[in-house]
Design a protein around this ligand. Structure first.
Ligand SMILES: [Zn+2]
Length: 329
């Protein structure tokens, strides 16, 4: 974990020109394992701070990982600012005696994911709380900064910089790196179809189905399945009865946002690939542009406008399809 945090903070410094430093003891905490950090500009100007509560505590903490705000950015009557404070909660492997927290790759991805949400909260430049940071960002774009950060976990320079043996300092062997890379495209076609099937079923049920249509919701879903599943669902398949997301889970007609956020985040990462991931100057200028658009503008403008301000064009599915291995790179 200490190496992963160094890698993550180093990446943020490289991309967004911010310095992140431990500030344990400067703010009250709710558990001895909670860490506190400050985020500053290169010249020392304070920007934000955050709590990190990294480890699993099954007795007192629910599972999963999440980020939210303690304080949002606002302007005081005297013109000074209240700076954002975020909290990031994970459930990763705790340290045991002399062994530090040895994070799995998935735990690293989760930390980067939540940190992406945190960056959008902390690096906002919007002074109206209702539109600052993660507030008022439309549903289908909220996972853009988080999934964008996940992409860096498989960037060679980023991963190799932090994936070192905790005792011998040996770097991650090349074949392990290649295995990790390949795992991203394993069964990607089926995984893509699955999400498209769910999203289309959801949209069609909510936009087209009425009792007057004369078919059951299940029949409508089976019709969607003819073009979105490899094998048609067996007669006993009653998937809709278990599709809680779109009936009770708040995703009604919004399930597509999972895939759409992947389109946005892959296309955003592709801006760095296009510029050349080994061209340091380009990586830094593209990072600064990402900070000044996606991470700064929050919900003050529509997400498509914010995306276009970063990318110079509307979002394209090309990068996601390429990253998924569905076309030759
Ligand atoms: Zn998220």
């Amino acid at each position: 974990m200490p190496q992963v945090l160094d890698g993550l903070f180093g990446l943020c410094n490289r991309l967004f020109n911010v310095v992140i430093e431990a500030a344990d003891g400067e703010a009250p905490i709710w558990h001895q394992d909670v860490r506190y950090f400050r985020v500053q500009r290169q010249d020392g100007t304070p920007l934000a701070s955050f709590y990190l509560d990294p480890y699993s505590r099954p007795a007192s903490k629910r599972g999963g990982a999440w980020m939210d705000e303690c304080l949002g950015r606002r302007t005081n009557p005297d013109g000074t600012h209240v700076l954002p404070v975020a909290y990031l909660i994970c459930n990763q492997t705790p340290p045991v005696e002399d062994t530090p927290s040895l994070m799995s790759f998935e735990e690293v991805e989760t930390l980067f994911h939540e940190f992406g949400h945190g960056l959008q909260h902390m690096l906002t430049t919007v002074d109206e709380p209702e539109a600052a940071g993660i507030s008022n960002v439309e549903w289908d774009a909220v996972e853009l900064p988080s999934q964008f950060m996940e992409n860096w976990c498989l960037d060679r320079a980023t991963l190799m910089g932090m994936a070192r043996h905790w005792q011998t300092n040996e770097p991650l062997p090349e074949d392990e790196f290649q295995k990790l890379r390949k795992s991203r495209t394993f069964n990607a076609g089926l995984a893509t179809l699955r999400q498209v099937h769910f999203a289309l079923s959801d949209l069609r049920l909510h936009s087209r189905w009425t009792p007057e249509l004369g078919i059951t919701p299940d029949a409508l879903r089976r019709d969607v399945a003819t073009t979105t599943t490899v094998m048609e669902p067996i007669p006993e398949d009653q998937f809709l009865c278990a599709f809680g997301h779109i009936f009770a889970g708040g995703y009604s007609a919004g399930y597509y946002s999972y895939k759409w956020a992947e389109v946005l985040s892959a296309d955003a990462f592709a801006a760095f690939e296009d510029a050349g991931l080994d061209n340091e100057q380009k990586v830094q200028s593209t990072g600064a542009l990402f900070r000044d658009t996606v991470l700064s503008l929050g919900g003050s403008r529509s997400p498509s406008e914010v995306f276009e301000a970063f990318r110079g064009r509307p979002a394209s599915t090309e990068a996601l399809i390429r990253h998924s291995g569905l076309v030759n790179a």
